[in-house]
Design a protein around this ligand. Sequence first.
Ligand SMILES: Nc1ncnc2c1ncn2[C@@H]1O[C@H](COP(=O)(O)OP(=O)(O)OP(=O)(O)O)[C@@H](O)[C@H]1O
Ligand SMILES: [Mg+2]
Length: 84
Amino acid sequence: MKREDLFDREQELEDLHNNLDVPILVITGVRRIGKSSILNVFLNEISYPSIVLDLRALRNNYGLKEFYEILSQGICSKLESLSI
Ligand SMILES: Nc1ncnc2c1ncn2[C@@H]1O[C@H](COP(=O)(O)OP(=O)(O)OP(=O)(O)O)[C@@H](O)[C@H]1O
Ligand SMILES: [Mg+2]
């Protein structure tokens, strides 16, 4: 999704751009409000390489192995665009 397809989220996008140096940013909101859409538009607009991980597959008390599996799948899926 591109910025022009995203309705009425200019302020939220500016907030993200203005806080690029913050180590952790949390986007919260009710289901289907557009959190993932804003994140994806933002990541497309910045020059940093990025990986989006969906961690909902992790069970309670997950181990590092499960986490690394999801992490490695994420890295593999972006390998072409991440390589220099
Ligand atoms: N500002 C917007 N303009 C246009 N379409 C939007 C906007 N926000 C959300 N949508 C649309 O609404 C749907 C839900 O958006 P999205 O998946 O980004 O929400 P979400 O908050 O991440 O949902 P979830 O809580 O399920 O993860 C998508 O089809 C998306 O394209
Ligand atoms: Mg989402």
